[in-house]
Design a protein around this ligand. Structure first.
Ligand code: ACO
Length: 322
């Protein structure tokens, strides 16, 4: 038994924040942001618009493209670092809004690797026979975490959601998934507050923010992604020349280019959305996948290599026959 992607969907909030908008907030420039990251603009959720709202729109689009009714789902997993509430999970809130009450529903927090962790879990549920139809979502409102006075991070992140419906199938499908973590690098990429550690009431946003040593993270990300894409191809017994599309986490165009080079893939076979979406954390891979499917780039039968790296550190990838 395998799982296969029956449909994809995504959603972006309508408000666009350009690099020029950020030039008015912090000491930065469109030239610096574009040359270091490849980002030109990102989306920002409206006041009151939550991660769950974005997830709901992306999920409905994925269900419609799969031709699956919400009531027929038996698993919902949401990858997110920015849940609506501490609990219930965003997956439970989404389940009720979709009318899928009764099925298993939970969130996965693996920062930017959240969607690919969730996809790996859902794939294993289906292979084990514990689920037949699963909704896997990556959804974030990262702009709610950003310290808008910190130019090193506020230019990087955006909001959005992407989703896939996985179905049990006699044909593959998902060929291989890999997940890894190394908690030893916490100080390079983290948020300093939380329920148990406590918040900082005197600080903006009660201390909720992203602390990142960008340059250090950059070096580890390039090295690590290099390893995991090789490992995933080997696990699936697929040669890099057989990969039709690389669909990477969209954190930085230079990291994406480094991974494509390692795979000897020309950039014409790499899906890039970071220029328009910024880093949407766990939403970035399913957003890029859905955009590539809807634009007609990704076709049925093609081989897709998905990968992500993020806070934890966590890293994950999936090789998929679409
Ligand atoms: N505008 C202008 N100057 C800036 C800005 C800005 N927005 N931000 C930083 N600078 C300055 C710095 O202060 C520094 O100045 P200095 O040399 O006078 O000290 C200089 O630019 C260079 O800073 P670096 O941090 O060395 O710049 P770098 O080339 O590394 O680019 C970046 C920074 C874009 C963050 C890059 O390191 C990166 O993409 N890192 C990886 C991010 C990533 O993949 N994160 C994982 C996922 S995120 C998650 O999991 C939540």
């Amino acid at each position: 038994m395998y799982s296969r992607i029956a449909g994809t969907g995504s959603y972006l909030p309508s408000h666009v924040v350009t690099n020029a908008d950020l030039e008015r907030l912090v000491e930065t420039s469109d030239e610096w942001i574009r040359s270091r990251t490849g980002i030109r603009e990102r989306r920002k959720a409206a006041e009151g618009e939550t991660t769950g709202d974005l997830a709901f729109h992306a999920a409905n689009a994925a269900l419609a493209s799969a031709g699956v009714e919400a009531r027929d789902l038996d698993l919902i997993i949401v990858g997110t670092t920015t849940p609506d509430l501490i609990f219930p999970s965003t997956a439970c809130l989404l389940q009720n809004r979709l009318g899928a009450n009764g099925c298993a529903a939970f969130d996965v927090n693996a920062a930017c690797s959240g969607f690919l962790y969730a996809l790996g879990v859902a794939d294993n549920f289906i292979r084990a026979g514990s689920a037949r139809k699963a909704l896997v979502v990556g959804a974030e409102t990262l702009t709610r975490m950003v310290d808008w006075g910190d130019r090193a991070t506020c230019v990087l992140f955006g909001d959005g959601a992407g989703a896939v419906v996985l179905e049990a199938s006699a044909e593959p499908g998902v060929l291989a998934t890999k997940q890894h973590a190394d908690g030893g690098h916490k100080d390079l990429l983290y948020s300093p507050v939380g329920v148990s550690v406590g918040f900082h009431p005197g600080e903006p946003n009660a201390g909720v923010c992203i602390r990142m040593s960008g340059n250090e993270v950059f070096k580890v990300a390039v090295r690590t992604l290099d390893r995991i894409v090789g490992e995933t191809l080997e696990a699936a017994g697929v040669d890099e020349a057989q990969v039709d599309w690389l669909i990477p986490h969209q954190a930085n165009l230079r990291i994406i280019e480094a991974t494509a080079k390692r795979l000897h893939l020309p950039m014409e076979r790499v899906i890039v959305t970071v220029d328009r979406h910024g880093n949407t954390s766990s939403a970035s891979v399913p957003l890029a996948l859905d955009e590539a499917v809807r634009s007609g780039k990704v076709q049925r039968g093609q081989t897709l290599l998905l990968e992500a790296f993020g806070g934890g550190f966590t890293w994950a990838s999936a090789l998929i026959r679409y």
